[in-house]
Design a protein around this ligand. Structure first.
Ligand code: S3P
Length: 172
């Protein structure tokens, strides 16, 4: 049974690409944030607010372990921070596991995120300039973990369909 893990910074398209890839490959697509929210009966923002980020990271880690140990095939879209905590990056490769880093530049991420930050607690309260600086620094810090993925796909100038096609070719 095969697992395709999609990772990358907030706004890199993990969820969207997971859904399109799911249709193309006929595989179930799951979204880690969404399942954390269902389990906690709280939104990610509410978990951060009411229980703190460390609690969120623990829920995220436990669920990632659970899903990776599940024998079913799946496409799994991680949260932007998932590979960077609790040694989760060690689970990005293995027998029947292929992980794909959806790589976007700071400019692309900023363009996508500054209008879509409301339900992203790490950046929700930031002014535009502060957000760009944060993305630049945070992406630099996280890149070490993102590059542990089996493959990297640059997404900047590609439509979602083109990204899916690039992933499809890598898997062939
Ligand atoms: C986070 C990214 C979010 C979510 C949480 C923390 C991060 O997921 O897991 O807000 O640390 O980058 P998306 O990448 O799906 O926005």
């Amino acid at each position: 049974m095969k697992k395709i893990i999609l990772l990358g910074y907030m706004g890199s398209g993990k969820t969207t690409i997971g859904q399109i890839l799911s249709k193309k490959l006929g595989m179930v697509a799951l979204d880690l944030d969404k399942i954390v929210e269902e389990r906690a009966q709280l939104s990610v923002s509410e978990i951060f607010e009411q229980k703190g980020e460390i609690h969120f990271r623990k829920l995220e880690h436990d669920l990632f372990l659970e899903l990776i140990s599940n024998p079913e095939s799946m496409i799994l879209s991680l949260g932007g921070g998932t590979p960077c905590y609790a040694n989760n990056h060690e689970m990005l490769n293995g027998i029947n596991i292929v992980s794909i880093y959806l790589k976007a530049t700071i400019d692309t991420l900023y363009e996508r995120l500054h209008t879509a930050s409301a339900n992203r607690p790490l950046i929700a309260a930031m002014q535009k300039e502060e957000m760009k600086t944060f993305i630049a620094k945070n992406l630099f810090d996280r890149s070490f973990y993102y590059y542990k993925a089996t493959h990297t796909v640059a997404v900047d100038d590609k439509s979602p369909q083109e990204v899916v096609e690039a992933i499809h070719q890598l898997l062939a």
